[in-house]
Design a protein around this ligand. Sequence first.
Ligand code: MCA
Ligand code: AMP
Length: 494
Amino acid sequence: MSVRPPRRKESRVSSLFPALTDPGAARRPALRFGERALTYAELAAAAGALAGRLGGRKRVAVWATPSLETAVAVVAALTAGMSVVPLNPKSGEGELRHILADSAPPLVLAAPDDELPSSVRELERIDVDVHGAGPFAPAGAADEDPALVVYTSGTTGPPKGAIIPRRAVAATLDALADAWQWTGDDVLVHGLPLFHVHGLVLGVLGPLRRGGAVRHLGRFGTDGVTRELGAGATMLFGVPTMYHRIAEALPADPELAKALGGARLLVSGSAALPVHDHERIAAATGRRVVERYGMTETLMNTSVRADGEPRPGTVGVPLPGVELRLVEEDGSPITVYDGETVGEIQVRGPNLFTGYLNRPEATAAAFTADGWFRTGDMAVREADGYVRIVGRKATDLIKSGGYKIGAGEIENALLEHPGVREAAVTGEPDEDLGERIVAWVVPTDPGAPPGAEELADHVARRLAPHKRPRVVRHLDALPRNEMGKIMKRALGDA
Ligand code: MCA
Ligand code: AMP
């Protein structure tokens, strides 16, 4: 039986962003979104002013558009000692209502021009003024206090809120600084969404913790990558779909190749980067993409080091402070590093979350009795310790465009459509997205099955556009075993 992991008791108070109180950093650039930018002094003033208006609350929602307002809102809330629930602005009403009911934030922070949907309008709203000016006075939050509640999909049911403490944010960012020789002189460019760990924690809080800068593209495109890397940015973060699009564009775009060739570090994560894309980028630019492996619940676990060998198809070695092991089906650790013996990755360390909000059973099930987190990712270790991920335990988790999506939540949404009698959802290999979502549907009326676009819109409206099926296949019946369970593996041959 699993028990809750041991809770760390220390209540140390340390600053997440030392550069915000360092007079030497005041004039350095901190954030840039399009034409709008803030120095460290301006960010401290805006976040200080906003933090002063938040007082007393425990948790706050942030309407996490890719904007300066989102970055200021998150820094302000953390400065006030509160935790942040980032909301995907493209989430449908069903998903938003679930997140708001579960996390119960009394307040939402948004940009003055943002139009909020009705579920979010029920909260008190504070508009973020990125040019606000107030004293920067961090509250005395403890390292174990929650910093973020990030919603993440599981195989069944609606997404769960992973509670990420301040200690984990600091630990993961400092471990990455070591692995990537990441300093305040680095300028990061990316176009990642700000409601997940990759774009928000690594992509915004990361540069701020180092005292460096981030330039956000607003939305990902190879032209923006070329422009920013050509104008002094040193690092690029992206999901494999973005690197795939870069690899596709390179043959016809020598400026892009030149810009990437001049970067200090290109980092991919959130899903596996196909070796073919890795090789095409290396051949065209002379630079090898570095892969790192993480999870919402664990933040970052492994990475290829900047001073190590970037081996395509591997995610490198455990980060400083992270314990990593592979275990057999029965939980016994695998001790051979032979590049062949497959086991589930389990991790332990200061980078881990503290649990799922309001879900003690799910939290207990996620950990072993001695505090190892079960990732559900299957891997082998090479003789020198490099980790190679080979798959996932659950076939009901789909990674599409770097987003983790549970088959169960899409099936439930499809079943709410009157034209759908039965539904099963699977992931299929996709060159661009890694995996694409496929819906297998038994129509209520075989003579008038609902169209693919209609079902995609239906799911996009309820959940989020990235959860919509890209392919819909109609069947007379779903393949089931004697117990009545749907046999998803048989669907490909249906
Ligand atoms: C399309 N759209 C729709 C519909 N169809 N909207 C409503 N209803 C519909 N039926 C809209 C979309 O909202 C989007 O709008 C546009 O059309 C295109 O959608 P889509 O094809 O889904 O996206 P894309 O433009 O092809 O995006 C590919 C992408 C994206 C840029 C790679 O997938 C992405 O940003 N991925 C990043 C995921 C990520 O950050 N994962 C980290 C989590 P519009 O044009 O307005 O955008 S993992 C994590 O955090 C862990 C810790 C880790 O290891 O990193
Ligand atoms: P999420 O829960 O959205 O944070 O996604 C975490 C999952 O993304 C992990 O459990 C892995 O399955 C996958 N993942 C993240 N980084 C990598 C990577 N570099 N290679 C392969 N899979 C990855």
